[in-house]
Design a protein. Structure first.
Length: 255
């Protein structure tokens, strides 16, 4: 589709089909995406997966009000360095699974600071494999009170040094925490998780697996794990862990 065809299409119909949208992305006509009216498209899942898009600025005026699925929308976008452009997106889907997974050059989540997460159910793998991500402070005001699936959310964020920003997260409905911080190799402390209410959690397997620099489990002492049934490999390959003292009061009787 050349530029003239695109303009004619938009002039005639005011909207664009998912088929034509995928064709534009395949042809790497990213700047022309700003002319697209996507208001009638419902399924955006894996739309940009493996694409070479560098900037989301052309998407800033996209009307996403009818979107029902955006799982994996930007998965494995290896050239994507910033999320600027989608700050004001209002997303209805209850699931945002793997939305930015493996965006290896992504350094900050600042543009997502004001996203409304209050009605989301699953954000598993959302930032999994974001190797350049350094901190989570922009997420400190996220309302995750209805999320029940956090599995692999930050797994493989190998440059993440701190969990600052997650201190006040209300994870009281969370059930699946599997691999949430797995392979966060530079993470030195679990400070920030002290007040997490994980009392409904049943799956904790691999949650901190491969966190090579964690030395203590301070911060987890008061966790209520009485509903937990799967703790497999929770601290597997935490080679510098010096003590399990912080777990002495845990109730793992169902595990």
């Amino acid at each position: 589709m050349n530029k003239k065809e695109l303009i004619n299409l938009l002039t005639d119909s005011k909207t664009i089909s998912i088929k034509d949208l995928k064709k534009m992305i395949k042809e790497e006509k990213f700047e022309e995406l700003k002319y697209c009216d996507v208001s009638n498209i419902k399924d955006f899942s894996y739309l940009f997966k493996n694409s070479k898009i560098k900037s989301l600025e052309p998407l800033k005026d996209w009307n996403m009000e009818n979107c029902l699925n955006c799982d994996g929308m930007f998965e494995h976008c290896l050239n994507l360095e910033s999320l600027e452009g989608i700050e004001n997106w209002k997303l209805k889907p209850r699931f945002l699974r793997s939305m930015f997974a493996k965006c290896e050059k992504l350094k900050t989540l600042e543009p997502l600071r004001n996203w409304d997460m209050s009605k989301k159910y699953s954000i598993g793998g959302m930032f999994s494999g974001c190797k350049s991500l350094i901190d989570l402070k922009p997420l400190k005001n996220w309302d995750v009170q209805n999320v029940y699936c956090f599995d692999f959310m930050f797994s493989g964020c190998i440059n993440l040094e701190s969990l600052e920003g997650l201190e006040n997260w209300n994870v009281s409905k969370g059930k699946d925490f599997k691999g949430m911080f797995a392979r966060c190799k530079k993470l030195k402390s679990l400070e920030g998780l002290e007040n997490w209410n994980v009392s409904k959690g049943d799956t904790f397997s691999q949650m901190f697996s491969g966190c090579l620099n964690i030395k203590t489990l301070e911060g987890l002492e008061n966790w209520n794990t009485s509903e937990g049934i799967d703790f497999n490999d929770m601290f597997c390959n935490c080679f510098n862990l010096e003590s399990l003292e912080g777990l002495k009061n845990w109730d793992v009787s169902k595990g």
